[in-house]
Design a protein around this ligand. Structure first.
Ligand SMILES: Cc1cc2nc3c(=O)[nH]c(=O)nc-3n(C[C@H](O)[C@H](O)[C@H](O)COP(=O)(O)OP(=O)(O)OC[C@H]3O[C@@H](n4cnc5c(N)ncnc54)[C@H](O)[C@@H]3O)c2cc1C
Length: 452
């Protein structure tokens, strides 16, 4: 049933955030129009508008659950298209800080596939919704703005034909490169306060076809960056019986796009699992690089003034360290929250007026859920630029103690998977019993450090 809270919503950007946003809005508007500058008419392919697309993308369980709820049948469609379902802890092996994590048959699965395949499956789900129109090859060029309200967008079709699309609500899902902060500043709304964490991270990825892809072997393996060491890598089994190999580094110690140097970097990791998977493989196409100088969080909700009829979402608001695989799932949570907010407003007859006052804090709350955990790990690197919290030494000690405890305790480890997959808040880790053990461990570590 359509709540009819508005006539038309326009979503700028048909990446993962735009797809989730449209998936949440179509129940409320007579029509949802999603515009994207890229040509989206063909099947899964790397494209210019998503430069991070050639790199490893795993959607966390929370994001997957939201996708299934928004687009019933999504999981089956992804499976049929070639997505590989992996049991967390059993089919996803991790080497970090000099040792392998103990295998654990958790009750949680996630999919591994290329980002273009994931996005394609999600987009086809969206396309099947009758009141959603995807207009590809349409570049957003400006907002229609009057009387403190954004009431539509101006787009360029085929690079030259200008068209105006009126809307009751405009969503900016145009990703990291969004022009929204500049637009707000140029139109008198001021500067958006932005929290930044300088991580200076570099991903380099190649896809390899290999004869060694028998089922038992198709496990995702990761050699995690283990501070102070900055090098890491992972091998993701992807559709077409291929390996997507992503190598990472920070600062000056980064992988090369030269195929031979790429292999040498893989070989240099402290465990050979990534290198072994591709040493006899054939590189498909070229090796690609993506640099992430910083994680950022634009606090639109704290701006004194903000236009009506407008909500930014996804990477247009916050960009995370990709190593933790959160961005797409956070976008899903944001969209889900927005949908619930519209449900509530439709029910109470409040319509869209003042939506920003509730929508922007909702977006921010979704980001807050995901921001702190990874930041604690990023701060383990001296090179990370940002203001460390005053209690950082304690957080650091807690992080390492919890890692050790989880290795000894499958229940805690399962809980870590659930928190890492955004199914539970971080606080869920700290049960009374875990806190007691943690205190004991921290006290004995302090005792050891204090000994002459
Ligand atoms: C290297 C790397 C690896 C990552 N790995 C993961 C991972 O494993 N798991 C995870 O959850 N997240 C991961 N992320 C984050 C993830 O890519 C993003 O969080 C997610 O794609 C956000 O979606 P979005 O829709 O906001 O932006 P995007 O997916 O970037 O989409 C933006 C869209 O807007 C369109 N667009 C841009 N400008 C215009 C315009 N002017 N007019 C019309 N259309 C426009 C683009 O064509 C594009 O389709 C990774 C990020 C990076 C950099």
């Amino acid at each position: 049933m359509n709540t009819g809270i508005g006539e038309r919503a326009v979503v700028v950007g048909c990446g993962v955030g735009g797809i989730f946003a449209a998936g949440a809005l179509h129940r409320h508007f007579r029509e949802v129009v999603v515009v994207d500058k890229d040509d989206l008419s063909s099947g899964p392919s790397f494209r210019k508008g998503v430069p991070q697309g050639p790199h490893g993308h795993i959607v966390l369980k929370r994001g997957e659950n939201i996708a299934e709820a928004m687009f019933p049948g999504f999981r089956d469609a992804l499976r049929t298209a070639g997505g590989i379902e992996l049991v967390t802890g059993r089919d996803m092996a991790r080497f970090a800080f000099g040792k392998w994590s103990e295998p654990l048959d958790s009750d949680m699965t996630v999919f591994s596939q290329t980002r273009p395949l994931l996005e394609h499956v999600l987009r086809e789900c969206l396309r099947s919704i009758p009141n959603v129109t995807i207009r590809s090859g349409c570049r957003f060029s400006d907002f229609l703005f009057d009387d403190h309200r954004i009431h539509g967008v101006s787009i360029l079709r085929e690079g030259r034909i200008r068209e105006e699309v009126e809307a009751d609500l405009v969503i900016d899902a145009s990703g990291r490169g969004t022009g929204t902060p500049r637009w707000l500043s140029e139109n008198g709304f001021g500067e958006v306060e932005t929290e930044r964490l300088g991580i200076d991270l570099c991903y380099v990825t190649g896809i390899f076809a290999t004869d060694r892809f028998e089922d038992g072997y198709a496990r995702l393996c990761t050699v995690g960056q283990s501070p102070p060491a900055v090098r890491g890598g992972s091998a993701l089994p992807v559709e077409g019986r291929r390996w997507m190999i992503t190598l990472s580094g920070r600062g000056d110690d980064v992988p090369s796009v030269d195929p031979e140097a790429f292999l040498a970097f893989a070989k240099s990791l402290p465990d050979p699992c990534v290198y072994d998977r591709i040493s006899e493989g054939r590189l498909e196409g070229s090796v690609r690089r993506f640099k992430t100088p910083e994680s950022f969080w634009r606090k639109y909700e704290s701006m004194a003034d903000f236009p009506e009829g407008f909500v930014p979402i996804g990477d247009a608001v916050a960009g995370f360290n990709p190593i933790f695989g959160q961005g797409m799932s956070v976008a899903a949570v944001e969209a889900e929250r927005l949908g619930l907010l519209l449900d509530e407003r439709a029910e109470s007859g409040r319509g869209l007026d003042g939506l920003r006052e509730e929508a922007l804090p909702g977006i921010s709350a979704s980001i807050a859920e995901a921001w702190e955990g990874p930041a604690t790990i990023d701060y383990l690197y001296d090179s990370t630029v940002g203001e460390r919290p005053v209690d950082y030494p304690i957080r650091r000690a807690v992080f390492f103690a919890m890692q050790e405890m989880a290795e000894e305790d499958p229940v805690l480890r399962q809980l870590q998977f659930e928190v890492g997959n955004m199914l539970k808040p971080r606080e869920a880790l700290f049960t009374a019993e875990v806190q007691a053990r943690l205190q004991e461990r921290l006290a004995s570590a302090a005792g050891i450090e204090g000994n002459p």
